[in-house]
Design a protein around this ligand. Structure first.
Ligand code: AMP
Ligand code: ZN
Length: 473
């Protein structure tokens, strides 16, 4: 499998640190409002990375944070006259509902910044001890960018050039900063803001440090893939690399992958332009599977434009796949018998679509070509599956269409193969991820308790070589 690595700006052969395992971190949303369709893009895209990697046999430890302390959350809390945690907890729940609607699997762990403050204080202290950070007189702690040689390696920016370009607004020294590009690790509290005690002052962490700390805690000092939208390359990811590598003395992430932006009606989507669309708003018009299909029709590194007619076209395309799935199920309900020799040849011909699918997905997760391949299979099924076909042949075609669409996270058959409703499935998958996280944290009592809780509800878990499977008792 090849992935485009922002670090090298090239497609590279993907090799995980540990055979068969992938440690992946995806920067998640700031939870002060319902998520918008721009936030949905990385969720859908990287969930598809994960699904494909799992289908290829990797055990993926997938971590995605919720930023739950931030100026925008504090502002929303002040406006409503409630505690910031009321806002963040509310929108975490709403975000999880939207994720379930888009068929985005729950992460193995969804850490929250406010629950990891001690880890952040510890990493900041390490950076100070190693000379990579300093506290100003007012208690603000800054990262000293000049102390880290690799600064700029991800965004391909050179610190000297950046500073030359900014010389006319030289603010150095005004607030105790040694250098304009030094960034905040810890900031003093302001009246009415949430704060925590620290060796430097009562205050709260800067945004960048949370991802470095949570990635280390849940995935280790070196990870395989770090992902997010392209706007995060600089400064967020550049700063994460500086913090993590300066503190741990190890390469932080081997591969850095970034999705391009989603625009709306040809313009950048922003609140000030009033062209802002929430996932929830879309769900009132369309099944969110249409949104997922729309996102995957484009390669993740291409800018996509959201417009009503494009969504309508996406709906029609998805319907074509669903009509084919329905036809297969109707034929299957009446069919019997095993494959004839001619059908075996035809099935082998159809398997070429699966090979093609794997080939294009191996090429930097090209979901655009993967969807074209699904349509080639749909055409093939529409021509070759008939009332005369054997049940075995129809089932083979169904399995293939099911697998390819399932890897993309698209539900096209009326009933999932397990015959369970989507809510139950989302619930069980969430529990499986919680149990996986508990086992990773060596909390076997919790892992056993989760298994027992599911058993109580009639759900049996089986640990297999391909991962955890579940069924109704
Ligand atoms: P934020 O809550 O702004 O930190 O964003 C959460 C995630 O959504 C990040 O990975 C962003 O890069 C991504 N994101 C935000 N807006 C867009 C957009 N218009 N298109 C694609 N990704 C976006
Ligand atoms: Zn981040």
């Amino acid at each position: 499998m090849k992935l485009f690595n922002t670090l090298s700006r090239r497609k590279e052969e993907f090799k995980p640190i540990e055979e068969g395992k992938i440690r992946m971190y995806v920067c998640g949303p700031t939870v002060y409002n319902l998520i918008h369709i721009g936030n949905a893009r990385p969720m859908i895209v990287f969930d598809t990375f994960r699904r494909y990697m799992e289908y290829r046999g990797y055990d993926v430890n997938y971590v995605s944070n919720f930023t739950d302390v931030d100026d925008k959350i504090i502002k929303a809390a002040l406006e409503e006259g409630v505690d910031p945690t009321v806002i963040s907890e509310r929108y975490i729940e709403e975000c999880k509902k939207d994720m379930a609607g888009m068929n985005v699997k729950p992460a193995t762990t969804h850490p929250q910044a406010t629950k990891e403050i001690q880890g952040m204080i510890d990493m900041i202290q390490t950076l100070i001890d190693k000379g990579h950070a300093y506290a100003a007189a007012d208690g603000t702690v800054y990262f000293r960018v000049h102390s880290f040689d690799g600064y700029g390696k991800l965004s391909h920016k050179n610190l000297d050039d950046l500073e030359a370009g900014h010389r006319f607004i030289n603010v150095t020294g005004a607030d105790g900063k040694e250098d304009e590009f030094d960034f905040v690790l810890w900031k003093p509290k302001k009246e009415g803001e949430p704060s925590w005690p620290s060796p430097w002052c009562d205050g709260r962490p800067g945004w960048h440090i949370e991802c470095s700390v949570m990635s280390k805690k849940y995935l280790g000092e070196e990870i395989d893939i770090h992902a997010g939208g392209e706007d995060l390359i600089f400064p967020h990811h550049e700063n994460e690399i500086a913090q993590s590598e300066a503190a741990n003395g190890k390469t932080f992430s081997r591969y850095w992958v970034h999705n391009a932006f989603l625009n709306i009606d040809g313009e950048k989507m922003s609140k000030s332009l009033g062209n802002f669309r929430t996932v929830r708003g879309i769900s009132e018009i369309y099944d969110l599977q249409v949104l997922r299909f729309f996102m995957l029709q484009a390669h993740y590194r291409k800018t996509v434009n959201f417009a009503p007619d494009i969504m309508e076209a996406a709906k029609n395309s998805l319907d074509r796949i669903r009509t084919c799935a329905q036809k297969l199920d109707e034929l299957l309900a009446k069919a019997s018998g095993t494959m004839s020799d001619a059908e075996k040849d035809s099935r082998n011909e159809a398997l070429k679509f699966m090979d093609r699918f794997n080939e294009v997905m191996d090429d930097d997760i090209n979901t655009a070509d993967a969807i074209s391949t699904v349509f080639d299979l749909v055409k093939f099924v529409n021509t070759n599956a008939t009332a005369e076909s054997s049940a075995e042949y129809l089932q083979a075609l169904r399995d293939e269409l099911f697998t390819l669409t399932d890897v993309l996270g698209l539900t096209v058959f009326e009933k999932a193969d397990s015959g369970v409703d989507a809510d139950l499935e989302a619930y069980v998958l969430g529990k499986i991820e919680e149990r996986k996280a508990a086992k990773k944290a060596k909390d076997f009592a919790l892992a056993d308790a989760i298994r027992a809780e599911l058993l109580d509800k009639g759900i049996v878990l089986e640990d297999t070589r391909e991962g955890v499977k579940w069924k109704k008792k």
